[in-house]
Design a protein around this ligand. Structure first.
Ligand code: NAP
Ligand code: GCO
Length: 270
């Protein structure tokens, strides 16, 4: 990279990107953006049906993606997947830890088994996948890891104890990977999406029986200076930035893409 600014620093030409759980939603949008910026896209999902759905959707956009069935919590499966990607596509330059789940349950009604499952998928899995991918990055002499965090990396709310614990942990895993592998020229950053309209948040946006907006929907609009939910595409350019040479001295940072939620105390009374 030269010392002079060039738009080329945003290019991902020749790069190989693995985006987990990217058949639809936020992962799909980020993968599409990384492909448009020049990289080869590889994704996994939990079953063949989702992978096929993803492959068809990428194909429709003219993107050749490589899709694999793999559970991100299965360390042996992930190690085999990374080896298979190396053999069939090449060594991964960019990893986006996107796969995740949420359970909205009041804490006093939540079983430890459900709590552990959220931690397993949203926090332990990014550790497992990063651990599998980092040796290849060290071999290549560079790497980018982007962890999909949340407003719940910073804030709590009723019913999401496990998710907040996992996403807060993911923020610190991000800083730790940055600390441990910065000298190997690996940058690990997070994207913290605000409230984004995807199937994951659909229950919070369902219309009421009388046709009015869901109270949570109204709550989010009032908490967001932008006065709207985000779209998965709002995350596209921030992801390209963090995946590209344009961010080579940005490490351990969480880029909140939230329409201003974290900056705002809330609407003052009329
Ligand atoms: P999502 O429903 O969370 O999609 C994630 C994908 O990961 C799905 O395809 C899901 O498959 C897959 N997945 C779940 N468990 C997996 C596992 N064990 N192994 C492999 N894949 C697995 O939708 P999203 O809203 O696009 O969320 C993507 C990420 O952004 C998540 O980490 C989420 O926490 C985060 N996020 C979302 C929002 C939002 O407002 N939507 C805001 C902040 C952060 P299934 O369909 O079978 O579950
Ligand atoms: C919730 C939401 C959030 C969002 C997102 C916020 O129930 O509060 O689903 O968790 O999905 O992660 O950034």
């Amino acid at each position: 990279m030269t010392h002079h600014f060039s738009m080329e620093h945003f290019s991902l030409n020749g790069k190989i990107a693995l985006i987990t759980g990217a058949s639809y939603g936020i992962g799909f949008s980020i993968a599409t953006a990384l492909a448009k910026a020049g990289s080869t896209i590889v994704f996994n999902d939990i079953n063949q049906e989702l992978v096929d759905k993803g492959l068809a959707a990428y194909n429709e956009l003219g993107i050749t993606a490589h899709g694999y069935v793999c559970d991100v919590t299965d360390e042996d499966g992930i190690q085999e997947l990374v080896q298979q990607i190396k053999d069939e596509v090449g060594i991964i330059d960019i990893l986006v830890n996107n796969a995740g789940i949420i359970k909205r349950t009041p804490m006093l009604e939540m079983n430890p088994a459900d709590f552990r499952q959220v931690i397993d998928i949203d926090l332990t899995a990014p550790f497992i996948v990063s651990k599998a991918v980092i040796p290849g990055m060290i071999e290549k002499g560079h790497g980018k890891i982007i962890n999909i965090c949340s407003m719940m990396s910073e804030l709590g709310r009723e019913t999401v104890a496990a998710y907040a614990a996992a996403k807060g942990g993911l923020k610190m895993l991000t800083k730790n990977i940055a600390s441990e592998f910065g000298s190997a020229n690996i940058q690990c950053n997070g994207i913290g999406p605000g409230y984004i309209a995807t199937p994951q948040t659909a229950p919070l946006r369902e219309l009421q029986e009388d046709g009015t907006r869901h109270p949570f929907d109204q709550f989010i609009i009032s908490k967001t200076p932008a006065s709207r939910w985000g779209n998965p595409d709002d995350l596209s350019a921030p992801a390209v930035f963090l995946a590209s040479d344009a961010s080579n001295f940005v490490n351990g940072h969480i880029l909140y893409v939230d329409g201003g939620i974290l900056a705002y105390i809330g609407k003052q009374p009329e």
